[in-house]
Design a binder for this molecule. Structure first.
Ligand SMILES: Cc1ncc(C[n+]2csc(CCOP(=O)(O)OP(=O)(O)O)c2C)c(N)n1
Ligand SMILES: [Mg+2]
Length: 774
């Protein structure tokens, strides 16, 4: 049914662009209502602006309230532009034309967690009714003004978000919220099946809205795929995708009917469509979609056709790509006009009452804006950064040391004598495997998932046996897509679970890094630490794999991890450390909601010996539960050594220890080897202390020269120690790693460490050292 208003608004329109379109649209509305003449009274045929029918699901009261939410939302858009013009507001991407999405706010519960499109303002205005005494208008104005009193982001960003309304903050990166929406939808039934507590009711659905251009993004496509594939497997996936289709993305038009053609018949997604310009039609379609989604626990694609008014944002000169006729044609379809017509033709409100409501909304929004601009802004870098990386070391350590019930350990490990701490020293892969067993015992809410981690036990057998012990509900294979793996992890975190996703190789983290950079690590920041998506991402990485070469299995770049605000990067060099660090990582996730990248050095997984075959120098006993290595704590090997400090990590630690022996035995140089263990944040105090202890530093960094951690360490030493420390670095070359033995030509080797150490100690110093020792 087409309910669009056919007649152009009865106002003399101007094409002067400096009279902004917000004002034109505003005036159109007033003129339209003032000029209202009942079509029925005028004897006009039915069809346009029909009154609400008796059989409509939309009640009269609902229609009035939805209309009120729509006009509140519209006035907020107008106010955002007025504030911007006075330099009192800092965001003008609006919802004008999309206000039909209010029906989704009406027909879902406030506990149906929602990840929203930046034009879903009316959805929130309507949802806010369900959570009195929330003052949605005031909160939105605080957000536009970047006020530190903004209850969701504390002035960090204009986001749609609210704790009481179950709307985690979302900025305007398109598509990146879709994978976590699906991850959340998968986690609700998973937690239910596992008998774990959920923060929202068991029959909740997830709402995920986005624009029509967004559906083309790879990240959106993968989310649709996961939802559909899971439904195909008959897994419950209660997700309501809402496509707010205005036919354009900034200036690029969506081909006519593309959304319907692409999603109307897509396996695994059930398609509903509604006219977002018409309350009755949108209400009916949405009601059906929501019911279907909740009852069938199955993914739904709700296609709401809308228009975009006022351009993409305040700064968008729409005349560059649209004719005046196109702009005015869209304005004539303003959903507020059709909503007003509905109320008027149904005799629910008189024109005066509509205008009174409209002006009251305007006054309310303006008053809130006037108040918001007087409130304080964030005033210091430390305040801005406060929620980025919460850390309560004492609570973390206590949590890391907390023991699990002994009987459960006995049960899982198969008897008192089978407890791993009583066993022989083992290599790292075996120790991490045992450590994961213990973590899954300790945290019933922990899930372990990734490619091939279940029955196969991972490509390096690090997860062997976990699937059999803990079941498919907690240890499962995902589909082959890193974006989805991390999206599932974020969603699980939102639902109170403690995810341990695995990225099979570091190279493949890069496929998906925006899920961590743009989403997971930004959540505490954008929500002022009110929302958390804790996780410990196990990443199998670094170089030096013998016999399995080439770049993608030996990726040595962590540049994309190092600068992610708030991300903790941990990398052990030995198995016992790995277990103890992992306990701390889980505790940081649990206590402070942190996101941790735990990079396991593949080349050391199976290494047992250190200096000579069968010396067992790299095999270690399983650390009993209760032992943990705190964040930042480094291991100092040979602390008595006074000639040189080698700062290193992972494979570098192993090679440096061997090199240190050669330096001692063959060159009479004593080198201490500092295994940093934690690469982000760096423990600056320990680096400075160990560097100044000898005055000579060699950083052994298997990462590339550009973007490797050595850059930070050298800068730190320069700034903190000046002439007191002479530092040099040994890095991998700025290249991809080649196949076979050629890899050694571009990666630091043990021989390089020895040579560099000697070269770095000045000839005079070396002589002195040699002289002293011989
Ligand atoms: C990943 C990403 N690429 C590009 C942009 C820039 N951008 C912002 S909105 C937008 C268009 C989105 O169009 P659509 O999904 O149809 O939403 P609409 O604005 O029309 O409601 C683009 C390209 C972005 N925000 N994120
Ligand atoms: Mg669009």
């Amino acid at each position: 049914m087409n309910r669009l208003i056919d007649s152009p608004p009865a106002v003399e329109r101007t094409r002067k662009f400096n009279l902004n379109r917000a004002q034109v649209v505003d005036e159109n509305f007033t003129a339209f209502v003032r000029g209202w003449v009942s079509k029925a009274a005028a004897g006009a045929p039915p069809g346009q602006s029909d009154p609400i029918q008796r059989d409509s699901r939309l009640t009269c009261r609902e229609a009035i309230e939805l209309f009120e939410s729509q006009i509140i939302c519209r006035h907020q858009d107008v106010a955002s532009r007025e504030m911007r013009a006075r330099n009192e507001g800092f965001y003008t991407i609006g919802s004008a034309g999309h206000e039909g999405n209010a029906v989704v706010g009406r027909l879902t519960r406030h506990t149906d967690i929602a990840f929203l499109h930046y034009r879903s303002g009316a959805f929130l205005a309507e949802r806010a009714r369900k959570v009195p005494p929330l003052d949605f208008v005031k909160d939105t104005m605080l957000s536009f003004a970047a006020s530190s009193a903004d209850p969701i982001s504390g002035g960090r960003h204009k986001v749609w978000g609210s704790v009481p309304m179950w709307v985690p903050p979302q900025t305007s990166t398109i598509a990146s919220h879709l994978p976590k929406s699906v991850g959340t939808a998968l986690s609700i039934p998973r937690a239910r099946r596992l008998g774990l507590p959920l923060p929202i009711p068991h029959d909740s659905i997830v709402v995920c809205s986005f624009g029509d251009a967004t559906v083309n993004h790879a990240v959106a496509q993968t989310a649709f795929n996961v939802a559909a594939r899971s439904a195909h497997q008959r897994l419950p996936v209660p997700i309501l995708f809402v496509c707010e289709d205005n036919g354009i993305g900034i200036s690029v038009e969506t081909p006519p009917d593309w959304i319907e053609a692409a999603f109307g018949n897509r396996h695994g997604l059930t398609y509903f469509q509604g006219n977002g310009l018409d309350l009755v039609d949108a209400f009916e379609a949405t009601a059906q979609a929501v019911e279907f989604c909740r009852q069938r626990q199955s993914p739904v694609f709700l296609h709401l056709r809308v228009v975009r008014l006022l351009g993409h944002a305040g700064s968008d000169a729409e005349t560059e790509y649209h004719t005046w006729e196109q702009i005015e044609a869209a304005e004539a379809k303003d959903p507020l006009l059709s909503s007003a017509a509905l109320l008027l033709s149904s005799y629910l409100l008189t024109p005066d009452a509509v205008l009174e409501m409209y002006e009251q909304a305007r006054s309310r929004v303006r008053a809130a804006a006037e108040y918001a601009v007087t409130t304080p802004k964030l005033g210091s870098a430390s305040k801005i950064m406060a929620p980025l990386a919460p850390c309560r070391p004492d609570a973390i350590l206590a949590e890391a040391r907390r023991l699990s019930p002994h009987e459960q350990r006995i049960k899982v490990f198969g008897g008192e004598q089978a407890l791993p701490e009583l066993g022989q020293p083992r290599h790292m892969a075996a120790l991490i495997n045992l450590g994961l067993h213990d973590l899954l015992i300790k945290y019933p809410e922990a899930l372990l998932f990734g490619e091939d981690v279940a029955k196969k036990g991972g490509v390096y057998h690090v997860t062997t046996g976990l699937y059999a012990k803990f079941g498919a509900g907690r240890v499962f294979n995902t589909l082959l897509d890193e974006t989805s793996i991390l999206g599932i992890a974020i969603g699980a975190g939102h639902m109170g679970l403690l995810p341990i996703p695995e990225i099979q190789y570091l190279a493949y983290y890069h496929n998906a890094e925006d899920q961590i950079r743009g989403e997971a690590c930004s959540l505490q920041y954008f929500s002022n630490d009110q929302y958390r998506n804790p996780m410990v991402i196990r990443i199998q990485g670094w170089g030096y794999q013998k016999g399995f070469g080439g770049h993608f299995h030996n990726d040595n770049s962590i540049a994309a991890l190092r600068d992610v605000p708030g991300l903790i990067v941990a990398t052990p060099a030995r198995g016992d450390d790995a277990v103890k660090m992992m306990r701390t990582c889980m505790a940081m996730a649990k206590v402070d909601g942190r996101v941790i990248a735990f990079i396991e050095p593949i080349a050391l997984y199976m290494t047992k010996d250190l200096h000579v075959p069968k010396d067992g120098g790299w095999s270690f006993a399983y650390p009993p539960p209760g032992e943990a290595i705190p964040l930042g704590e480094a291991a100092v090997h040979h602390p008595e050594a006074g000639d040189l400090t080698i700062l290193t990590f992972a494979n570098g630690t192993y090679m440096s220890l061997r090199a240190a022996r050669t330096l001692r035995d063959e060159h009479k140089i004593s080198a201490r080897v500092v295994d940093l263990r934690w690469l982000n944040p760096l423990n600056e105090a320990v680096i400075v202390e160990q560097a100044t202890a000898t005055g000579r530093v060699l950083v052994v960094d298997e990462g590339r020269r550009t973007g490797g951690i050595a850059e930070s360490i050298l800068a730190l030493l320069y700034e903190s120690c000046g002439d007191r420390v002479k530092a040099a670095r040994l890095n991998a070359k700025d290249t991809y790693i080649p196949l076979g033995p050629a890899a050694d030509l571009v990666m630091p080797t043990e021989r390089d460490i020895v040579q560099q150490a000697i070269a770095h100690l000045s000839r005079k110093s070396v002589k002195k050292v040699l002289g002293r020792n011989t």
